[in-house]
Design a binder for this molecule. Sequence first.
Ligand code: MG
Length: 208
Amino acid sequence: MRPTKIVCVGWNYRSHIKELKSKLPEEPTIFFKPVSCLIGNGDEIIIPKGVTNVQHEVELALIYGKECKHVSESDAMGYISHVAVFNDVSARDLQWKARDEGNTWDLAKGMDTFGPMSEPIPKESAGDLQNLELELTVNDEVRQKGNTANMIFTLPWLVSYVSRYITMCEGDILITGTPEGVSEIRPGDTVVARIQNIGTLTNKVRSE
Ligand code: MG
């Protein structure tokens, strides 16, 4: 089912916050990516002309199986039917420029092809979602390594939190933040994101 939206969580691993010199949050930063940015395993990440310092962010994606609004933390995971590997591709120079100027970073996060996602699998096949190894390599070199156990805001807490404000529809996607090690990807690179028990997401990078 085609999602109506991709809701994203920023700053959800302590190590990534340290790396980006941001403050430890009391509440998560929530932003959106448009569904037009979605691509699949094997598709190309395309860097538009003039866009510099595009970076990868491996993330666990939760996919909703039914409409979700005002749910408690204890009921939250019952609304998630599938999980997938996601790469929250980000035009970092543009994102920081926007942040410094007090503007939104929608464009930096929302460009076409900036949302690679693996084929979703049933949540039950993935085991304990709060204890999964994540890894991302660029040209076979490990850049990111983490574990979902190191999230600041847990998955049930995030699903419940988002449901206070936003109705999530069947098929909608929640991406849950990235661990440390984000770095630039360039035309010609092969980016492979993996999450234990869930799968592998491979995308080559090219310029427009
Ligand atoms: Mg992200």
